[in-house]
Design a protein around this ligand. Sequence first.
Ligand SMILES: O=C(O)CC1=CCC(=O)O1
Length: 247
Amino acid sequence: MRLNYVESGAGDAPVVLLGSSLGVTHAMWAPQIDVLAERFRVIAFDHRGHGESEVPPGPYTIDDLGGDVVELLDTLGVEQASYVGISLGGAVGLWLAENAPERFHRFALLCPPAWPAAGAQMWTDRAATVRAEGTQAITELTLGRWFLPDFTSTDAIREQLLNTPDEGYAACCEALGAMDLRDKLADITAPVLLVTAEQDASIPPETVIPLATAIPGAHLEIIENAAHLVTYTHPDVINPLLLAHLS
Ligand SMILES: O=C(O)CC1=CCC(=O)O1
């Protein structure tokens, strides 16, 4: 699977991978990339079905999405990296922490779903809607969940949602609807920073807070006055947390 990625920072610095949310691309990490690139070789990638990555027909599984990241490390010749992921990218991070621990130093997982808390049917229905009507059918609803009303700089994220391939989006919905990453949380050995946003309507705090108890040694941060896409809206809070955890 060929994943698209952009690379920043010194080539000999420790590697940090950035995994994005559903329906957007590596460009969502714009508020983090330059800051992290002062200390790290930053590799922001597009999940399969997203951005400039390949778009095989779905359904995809969380094993597919996690396996793609391990394959990307192999392609780059990187033995070990740290990983930062939000939302779908956070779920992929949980899979990597459980299934490829030897390839990773540390994880920062923001608003990560570990199982389909809103029900598998919700994801099946959303996949069907997007296959029938395109991502334009879910774009404004998604922005309403991802941002509080007072955050209005949403044009770039809207564009990314509208431009995401319909099949890629739908197939990732099917991965989210079919996964359950809870069984192996206790086996995670890497240091994990978990972040939840107080007003996250997509992945509510009550579904993330228990992960902090289930993952040995995990550190939890709850961001106030924030909704789902907290990296985008609150870089002043998130970037120092990432630097402190990854350094
Ligand atoms: O689309 C949403 O609001 C919810 C979501 C779950 C995983 C993800 O990336 O977004």
